[in-house]
Design a protein around this ligand. Structure first.
Ligand SMILES: [Cu+2]
Length: 150
C-alpha cells in the first residue's frame, strides 16, 4: 500500500517538478508523538537508480527538518545532523530507528496514528541536478514496532 502511495507521489512529483525522477521511496512512516512532544523521526527506504545524495527535506508539519545520523559517543548513542545522505546507485538505503532518519522538529501539532505527514525530499544527482520527491508518510503509533527512539 505505502509503496503504491509513494510511487503515485513520485509520479506526481516527477511530472510537475522533475522530468527524470530516478529516486524511489518505499515504506515511508513517521513515529507518532504525544502532547508536548516537539520532535519525531521519519523513516523510509530510498533507492537512487543512478546514485545521488539526499540533501534536504521539509514538511508543513514541522518548523525544522534535518537529516540525522546516529553516532556512538562515549558509549551513548547520540544523533546529529548531516549535510547529506549518500545514495549509492541502485542500492536501497534504509532510514530506520537507531540509524539515519529525517528529523522533524518544532512540530506544529501532535501526530497520531492514522494521520499522514507530507514530506518533500530533495535528492541531488551525480550531475548536480536536483530531484524533488513528494511523499505522504503515514503516522505509526508511538512505541509501535518496539523500536528505540530516533
Ligand atoms: Cu534525529
Amino acid at each position: 500500500m505505502s509503496l503504491l502511495r509513494s510511487l503515485v507521489a513520485l509520479a506526481v512529483a516527477g511530472t510537475t517538478l522533475s522530468a527524470l525522477a530516478q529516486t524511489t521511496v518505499t515504506e515511508p512512516w513517521v513515529r507518532g508523538t504525544v502532547v508536548q512532544q516537539k520532535a519525531t523521526g521519519a523513516f523510509m527506504q530510498l533507492t537512487s537508480a543512478q546514485g545521488g545524495k539526499l540533501v534536504s527535506a521539509s514538511s508543513p508539519a514541522a518548523g525544522v527538518v534535518e537529516i540525522h545520523e546516529m553516532v556512538m559517543e562515549a558509549n551513548v548513542m547520540k544523533m546529529r545532523a548531516v549535510p547529506g545522505l549518500e545514495l549509492p546507485a541502485g542500492k536501497a538505503v534504509e532510514l530506520k530507528p537507531g540509524g539515519y532518519h529525517v528529523m522533524l522538529m518544532d512540530l506544529k501539532a501532535p501526530l497520531a496514528a492514522g494521520q499522514s505527514v507530507p514530506l518533500t525530499l530533495v535528492v541531488e544527482g551525480k550531475d548536480g541536478k536536483r530531484e524533488t520527491i513528494a511523499v505522504n508518510a503515514p503516522v505509526k503509533a508511538l512505541g509501535g514496532m518496539g523500536a528505540p527512539k530516533p
